[in-house]
Design a protein around this ligand. Sequence first.
Ligand SMILES: Cc1ncc(C[n+]2csc(CCOP(=O)(O)OP(=O)(O)O)c2C)c(N)n1
Length: 658
Amino acid sequence: MQFDRKDKDDASLLALYKILLYPRMVEEKMLILLRQGRIGKWFSGIGQEAIAVGSTLAMQSDEYILPMHRNLGVFTSRNIPLKKLMAQWQGKISGFTKGRDRSFHFGTQDYKIIGMISHLGPQMALADGIALADLIANRKNATLVFTGEGATSEGDFHEAINVASVWNLPVIFLIENNGYGLSTPINEQFNCEHLVDRAIGYGIEGIQLNGNNILEVYDKISEVAKSIRKNPRPVLIECLTFRMRGHEEASGTKYVPQHLFDTWEQKDPVKNFEKFLLSENILNEDLIASIKSGFKSDIEQEVEAAFNEEEPIANNSTELDDMFAPHTYKETLPSENKTEKRYLDAITEGLREGMLHHDNLVIMGQDIAEYGGAFKITEGFVAQFGKARVRNTPICESAIVGAGLGLSINGYKAVVEMQFADFVTCGFNQIVNNLAKTHYRWGEKADVVVRMPTGAGTGAGPFHSQSNEAWFTKTPGLKVVYPAFPYDAKGLLIAAIEDPNPVIYFEHKYLYRSLSGLVPDGYYTIEIGKANVLKEGDQLSIITYGLGVHWALEYLNNHPEISATLVDLVSLQPWDKEAVAKAVKATGRVIILHEDTLSSGFGAELSAWISENCFEYLDAPVMRCASLDTAIPMSKVLEDSFLAKSRLKETVSKLLAF
Ligand SMILES: Cc1ncc(C[n+]2csc(CCOP(=O)(O)OP(=O)(O)O)c2C)c(N)n1
């Protein structure tokens, strides 16, 4: 292996050797601990250290790095004490996730490292958001994100690089090509000659490096980082290397031909660099031995100190609280001045107030800029707030939700518009695994609102009319709101933007232009988690939300002989248990009405809760009135018969007759 020291002095090369050697020695200790049965899983990066170490040293300490599961060298090169890492791996309370997540699945703002989730690829979009924040703030920083070659087959790889290219984001996408994705060799993973050639398709520069040569990695990435700080753009770097051990230690290496190990053993990054330094008289055998023995005793000490730490004490209320970033709701009262507005205009106004109030708020979505969005909610926003904060996106929901989290990590707020709530499926992973779990896992907020134009009533068929709120109410870590009136739509959107937690904001398309109401001018908030009691009666309660509220109102207005309490939940997560209990107690008979399909809809949760907590007040079983357990049909006739509204009358009669 050829090393070119350029102008590096002896002391720098010696320092580099130590930083490279240290993770190797930590790993060797891990292998011993594994054999002793003192630790469980371990994903080895032995043989790949030059990539993690060289690239980390090439970045400034205030620049974010997003590593993967074999990148111990990133963490050690940023000087995280081994004891702290070990405490993390062993699930101790002083670890980065306090025992809540394993291995390298954590982030830390102190060291500007954002760790992965198991799904691998989603990581890359976070780098986009982080870099976007730097770009908007004119900070002239670069961001470095890793991926294995295996994860380049995920859509997330494509989406993230494409967005970075279109937006000129200063991100280094670094592929560690180590020959295998678990047991699958590269010829069964992709069919191009070099992965780096993919850069051409994204219109960006691609560079292939010998990933086992620490000087080559360090020098080239330093050069690229310097260049993209000045002239922001993404660069794809493929580092060629080899996975010298099993996918994780328990899974073995039977499927890897021996000759590959033999070849790559010759290219060992640590041994080759050591040889080079010996030839330059920077190292000698005595010095190597003394460095190694110093590291060995440090490692022993730190490892044992972590083992000696107490296990976490389970406290369910702490666990529940930590799902969300702390947030004290500040009520901002509405002004006296009110204007008649459509539901859609109220949402626009809420968004506009959010943009005016928070100059770090960025909104992103397909066609939301000059075009104003599919429903024209953001019409005029580019003129008012500029292209940097009002961003058209390619069609890539996963990358954009991920970029939202990246923005949040780097000091911004994001509102992401789904063009239709149905398309959230393409961003689902980022919402339920990244946005929802980040605070619980490592204490970082996910300050992102996802706007969800939802619902049926317009004959738009199975992919433009679904009610999918139950996918999210089921997921701990998300707040879910669903306003039914213009007044609530505006104040709730403002509150959602203020809240540092992820909020899924459902807005019903059918109501956009069909419903108007008086909306206060200016900035005001509606507290998330509070229901509205729209009518008070004594025969039965209808508990509902969204379009269901209007179905119930229409029904009750047409049936003045029925004395009903009508509760509009407004928020589904958290939801107003007090208001529901009060309604149940007042009437003893309850219908839960929703547009979503019946089975496992949010009504099932409400019904179970009422049965468990208000049983003694019930005079009849809790009845659910929901849509048919089918996909949503397009034909108006079929859609009408699908929707819960068509069964409301019959459900009320059944309940009153019970
Ligand atoms: C979405 C997803 N599918 C499958 C897995 C299981 N898995 C974990 S790591 C891995 C191989 C990853 O290969 P690569 O990206 O090349 O990284 P390497 O492990 O080689 O460093 C697989 C299949 C996963 N974690 N996430």
